[in-house]
Design a protein around this ligand. Sequence first.
Ligand code: GTP
Ligand code: MG
Length: 189
Amino acid sequence: MFSWFWDALSYLGLYYKNAKILFLGLDNAGKTTLMHVLRDDRVALHIPTQQPTAEEVVVGNIRFRAFDLGGHAAARQIWRNYYAKVDGVVFLVDAVDRERFPEVKKELDGLINDDMLSDVPFLILGNKIDMPRAASDEELRSALGLHHLTTGQGSAPMADIRPIELFMCSVVRKMGYAEGFRWLSSHIQ
Ligand SMILES: Nc1nc2c(ncn2[C@@H]2O[C@H](COP(=O)(O)OP(=O)(O)OP(=O)(O)O)[C@@H](O)[C@H]2O)c(=O)[nH]1
Ligand SMILES: [Mg+2]
């Protein structure tokens, strides 16, 4: 209802949704790099994240409170502490590191099947496509078993279906993730 009104406001940059999103994924996937590109519009060097950090970032018409959680095995133990009242998950994958695809799949399956996240949209970002060896969209879908899980890149709300979709990107080249965030924002109430 009145969607033209909200569209007009967001066009003018006057209306922001507020959303809590989590940046998850294995260590070295690019979560902190993405966080800083969104916040400062620049690529900085990062050491592996030890302590979770929260930042306010604005993408399109959404003001996100984004939580950057470490991805190494010990850090994954505390991911669950952040699941309450989450509006969206951004799950980053290093598309170059094929050896770890099984480990990625295991973690992603665990998240997708977690009761606390059962209504939460998942934006999966296949990162580092600036590297020539990076897996293609198709290869990554196969490796992660996404073919029967993803719900399409359209923005139309789907009744009773939890949105999950893969977008390929390069955070350092600032390519691809904006489409993903636009998709995610269209699925956050
Ligand atoms: N080639 C390439 N490298 C990237 C890209 N994004 C991130 N990286 C590199 O990947 C490495 C890991 O990035 P981080 O952002 O620290 O990864 P993280 O997911 O925060 O890792 P943890 O904090 O350990 O969980 C860094 O060397 C980044 O420069 C990208 O789009 N392309
Ligand atoms: Mg990090």
